[in-house]
Design a protein around this ligand. Structure first.
Ligand code: AR6
Length: 205
């Protein structure tokens, strides 16, 4: 007898549900968001957001690049933080990097969650990172494409989650001090995903 097919570990990517209510077009808000393809370790912004893991002790991907460029003091500072929960973030100084602070955000491993829970955890990374940045008086923040590398979050699912969380924060009272959020991506698949969803979350005026 033929066995039934094994269900996927998580629901297959659903089509994106547009945000409700539809975000109002705002040239001021639009000017506060930028997408850049490049190396986040080169940016002299107030805070760079790293895609870390729960140990905060470094790893591969953008985390490895940030630790290499910052030097060993960063790992010593991270060790003192005692790890971080998934969906949250912690901040350190930036040491050898040209930015002022590093915010270490721990994104979800996509395969371990279902769609909605992973999305909520990913949104939490963006919201918590922005709250930490605003609390430290940062005006410019650069984000890595959290969870879209080793952690396997499909870029087309991650981009609307990130954009929604960034928009909500910038519109809220805590977001007032943040002049610029730069999303820094390394790969064309992330650039394409952001370009697809920006008109929905930051509609043209
Ligand atoms: N600048 C900007 N983006 C980069 C850079 C860079 N220098 N290097 C890679 N990326 P990943 P995750 C992009 O895997 O999925 C680590 O081992 C990359 O193309 O770095 O959250 C941690 O320690 C991708 O789009 O982070 C964790 O264990 C994005 O950064 C785990 O990986 C994020 O990919 C976290 O996995």
């Amino acid at each position: 007898r033929k066995l039934p097919p094994t269900p996927p570990a998580h629901p297959l990517p659903t089509t994106h549900t547009p945000p409700t209510p539809a975000p109002r077009p705002s040239s001021t808000l639009n000017a506060r968001l930028a997408v850049l393809r490049g190396d986040i370790t080169h940016l002299a912004v107030d805070a760079v957001v790293n895609a870390a893991n729960r140990s905060l002790l470094g790893g591969g991907g953008v985390d490895g690049a940030i630790h290499r460029a910052a030097g060993p003091q960063l790992q010593r500072a991270c060790r003192a933080l005692g790890g971080c929960a998934t969906g949250s973030a912690k901040m350190t100084a930036a040491y050898g990097l040209p930015c002022r602070h590093v915010i270490h955000a721990v994104g979800p491993v996509y395969e371990l969650g279902d769609g909605p829970r992973s999305a909520a955890l990913l949104a939490g990374c963006y919201a918590r990172s922005l709250a930490l940045a605003a609390g430290a008086g940062c005006r410019s923040v650069a984000f890595s494409a959290i969870s879209t590398g080793v952690y396997g979050f499909p870029s087309r699912e991650a981009a609307p989650v990130a954009l929604g969380a960034i928009r909500r924060f910038l519109e809220g009272p805590e977001g007032e001090g943040i002049d610029k959020v730069v999303i820094v991506t390394f790969e064309m698949k992330d650039v394409d995903a952001y370009n697809e969803f920006i008109p929905l979350y930051f509609p043209p005026v």
